[in-house]
Design a protein around this ligand. Structure first.
Ligand code: SF4
Length: 720
């Protein structure tokens, strides 16, 4: 290939994937070069166009990654030039027709006309919107505004509901406010003890493990996970509770903490309320009972508590493994109760936090794409919040809809009587990522209109009536908020290909066609962010003092940042918690077990998670050849004895079936997994979707579905 000469430009930015938001430098064609799109160049063949757009990444120093990247980050530039890239809208009039190219005007006109017709016939709530935790703050904000103002629908939620809604609910009720980590990641560097409940960071965010090194070297790293994960391999103590019994374990550890005299009594008296009622439950969870229910030996329970209580600096962190349950909020409350009993939260050198998963999992839930929230992390049913946000939006407060359905309930209502007839999806691949995926497919098929904005034909986009090709991470500016509440600027490093538009442009195009004034839906990210700052002002997640200028200058701004000269709030709750009385709340919670139990037909428990090479639904990472080569297909981890009983050996193709569906996966025999448990990664499409199995039973507090435990059986796949 002859490489046309182009100016190269470097942009300091962040990884497109997880919430660690590792710092990286992207080098690509100068975005100011009018020929940099490549695809406008009629004189170039397709390989030369690729050469024009060729980009590369390298890590840079940033506190979360300190010059490290995982395999996903190192290979992320491949996404910018993927041959699967969409550069023209696709449309079909009937589902049995193929998608055909259309102009942007044709596609947006069609969508607006169909939305108007559906709402005229069935009401405003007949149109629903589904967002994503990977969208920038600006997109999440404008999407929420678009739903409530341009569509007037209450029916908006997003895939962050699947991610850490239970931890957010538990954090809010304990501390009065939820910020994943209320302290910088680097505070962990000197911790003597860290308990990780349901987090496999060595695979999901490998550079994070450097922050655990001190605790690991000190013999104070404790991992709670039913599997012997690479993270558990680093730990001094690995507790392996049966899936769905984490809350029983947390109650048992609280019992031990009290029984062995580790209760932080002065801290309890000065900074908390509600211990007595929480203790009334935990008093019944003596170590031997906890061992019977969880499978964690009483001696290991005592050792875990001693490691935490006797450490000079100790932290307790949760992840999806302990949160994605029908009792998820209560389970996290159980862990928070333990942390409070030991006096950890709200002190320098110790604490409680939740490890956010998605790239903008934190910011994504603060700016209004969640069914029950308005920008600034405000409740949508709070009259003062409605008055403030509506004044920023220039609409009457009474015109704003109230809370809508949560993600699983929204997806389940699609195409059903009184449910939405149309769905707009931004930044999400629900056909792979939502629980009970077979039912989701049925519901999408029942819609009158499915519109998906994505940069490739994701599994969900492939079933849509209209697909809108959008820009991706390094092709546009935008802010994200990482797992420690730090607001980051992802900078444009490469010009998007001709034909792709920003999601902000899409929302502008649809809103104006629906009769909204053009200036109400800006397309410039910084202009949107300026409005977001005003909308968040005075709210719990106050971004008023954050500006692109300060972010470009490299300031470390952790929200809240209420003034232009405010330094940000890296550590929260040091003086008081966010409840009116300044005290944290113990919450009395008790173990109730998973929503679904094994029986003779489905004798095993399945749990799901991530592998090193893939991210979420795999819609991005399955486009990267190096990652696909390393992890090409779904596998199922099985104890060798369990496999043998099912007539399977390592490498066989198995069918895993639950009460909702079945999936195929390659058997991987692992002696360290519990014999009653199998594990499947959830990144793979079509017949390999782990979420064909999973249980959509919901946590009553947060509406989190129970991804992490369902009853299954294992059989050999039929011979090829
Ligand atoms: Fe990207 Fe997360 Fe890997 Fe860092 S750890 S390179 S943010 S996927």
């Amino acid at each position: 290939v002859t490489r046309p000469r182009r100016e190269r430009r470097e942009a300091a930015t962040h990884c497109p994937y997880c919430a660690l938001q590792c710092g990286m430098v992207v080098t690509g064609p100068d975005a100011r070069d009018p020929d940099a799109r490549g695809s406008d160049r009629a004189d170039l063949g397709s390989e030369q166009v690729s050469a024009v757009r060729e980009a590369s990444v390298r890590p840079r120093e940033f506190p979360t990654n300190r010059g490290g990247l995982c395999q996903k980050g190192w290979t992320s530039a491949t996404l910018l030039n993927t041959p699967a890239r969409l550069t023209t809208p696709l449309v079909r009039r009937h589902r049995d027709e193929p998608l055909r190219p259309a102009s942007w005007a044709q596609a947006l006109d069609l969508v607006a006309e169909r939305l108007r017709g559906i709402q005229a016939a069935h009401g405003a709530d007949a149109v629903a919107v589904f967002g994503g935790g990977g969208l920038t703050n600006e997109k999440a904000y404008l999407l929420g505004k678009f739903a409530r103002v341009a569509l007037g629908t209450a029916q908006i939620d997003y895939n962050g509901r699947f991610c850490m809604s239970s931890a957010a609910a538990a954090g809010t009720r304990a501390f009065g406010l939820d910020r994943g980590l209320p302290f910088p990641v680097t505070d962990l560097d000197t911790a003597d003890a860290v308990l990780l409940a349901g987090a496999n960071v060595a695979e999901t965010m490998p550079p994070f493990t450097q922050h655990l090194r001190h605790a690991a070297d000190a013999g104070g790293l404790i991992v709670v996970d039913p599997r012997r994960t690479p993270t558990a391999e680093l730990a001094a103590l690995h507790l392996r509770p049966a899936p769905g019994t984490d809350l029983a374990l947390a109650l048992g550890l609280l019992h031990v903490a009290v029984a062995e005299g580790y209760l932080a009594e002065d801290y309890l008296a000065e900074r908390t309320t509600g211990f007595t009622s929480a203790w009334q439950v935990a008093a019944n969870w003596w170590p031997e009972r906890t061992e019977r229910v969880t499978g964690v030996a009483a001696a290991d329970q005592r050792r875990a508590v001693r490691l935490l209580a006797e450490a000079g600096s100790a932290y307790l962190l949760t992840g999806r493994g302990t949160e994605q349950h029908a009792s998820g909020a209560d389970t996290v409350s159980g862990w928070i109760n333990l942390a409070l009993a030991l006096g950890l939260p709200g002190r320098v050198g110790s604490g409680f936090g939740c490890l956010t998963g998605q790239g903008n999992g934190q910011g994504g839930r603060e700016h209004g794409q969640k069914a029950d929230q308005l920008p600034g992390y405000r409740r949508i049913d709070d009259p003062a919040a409605r008055a403030h946000v509506s004044s920023v939006w220039g609409v009457p407060a009474e015109s704003l809809p109230g809370p809508g359905r949560s993600a699983v309930e929204l997806l389940d209502a699609l195409g059903q009587p009184n449910g939405p007839r149309a769905l707009l999806v931004f930044g999400s691949n629900v056909l792979v990522s939502a629980p009970h995926a077979g039912r989701v497919a049925d519901r999408l098929a029942a819609l009158d209109l499915l519109v998906v904005a994505d940069f490739v034909l994701s599994d969900t986009a492939a079933t849509a009536d209209v697909v809108l090709p959008v820009t991706q991470w390094a092709e546009e500016d935008g802010t994200l908020t990482n797992l420690e509440g730090r607001v980051l600027l992802r900078q444009r490093a490469i010009t998007p290909p001709e034909g792709a538009r920003s999601d902000l442009d899409v929302l502008h195009g649809l809103a104006t066609r629906l009769g909204q004034p053009a200036e109400r839906f800006p397309t410039d990210p910084e202009t949107v962010f300026t409005e977001l700052r005003r909308a968040s002002a005075g709210g719990p997640a106050d971004y008023s003092g954050v500006t692109y200028q300060r972010l470009r200058a490299g300031e470390a701004l952790h929200w809240p940042v209420p003034e232009a000269d405010h330094p940000g709030t890296p550590r929260m709750f040091l003086d008081r918690f966010a409840h009116a009385d300044g005290r944290a709340r113990f919450v009395a919670v008790d173990h109730r077990g998973p929503a679904e139990r094994p029986d003779a037909d489905y004798p095993l428990l399945a749990t799901t998670g991530r592998v090193l090479q893939h991210y979420q639904s795999g819609a991005q990472t399955r486009l990267v050849p190096e990652l696909v080569e390393a992890a090409p297909e779904a596998h199922v981890e099985v104890h060798p004895d369990t496999a043998a009983r099912a007539g399977l050996v390592d490498g066989d193709l198995a069918v895993v079936a639950s009460r909702r569906g079945q999936t195929e996966a390659r058997v991987r025999c692992v002696a360290s997994i519990r014999p009653d448990v199998v594990f499947l990664p959830f990144h793979f499409p079509a017949a390999q979707r782990a979420n064909l199995l999973t249980n959509p039973a919901l946590d009553p507090t947060s509406r989190m579905p129970e991804f992490k435990v369902c009853a299954v059986r294992l059989t050999p796949a039929s011979a090829p």
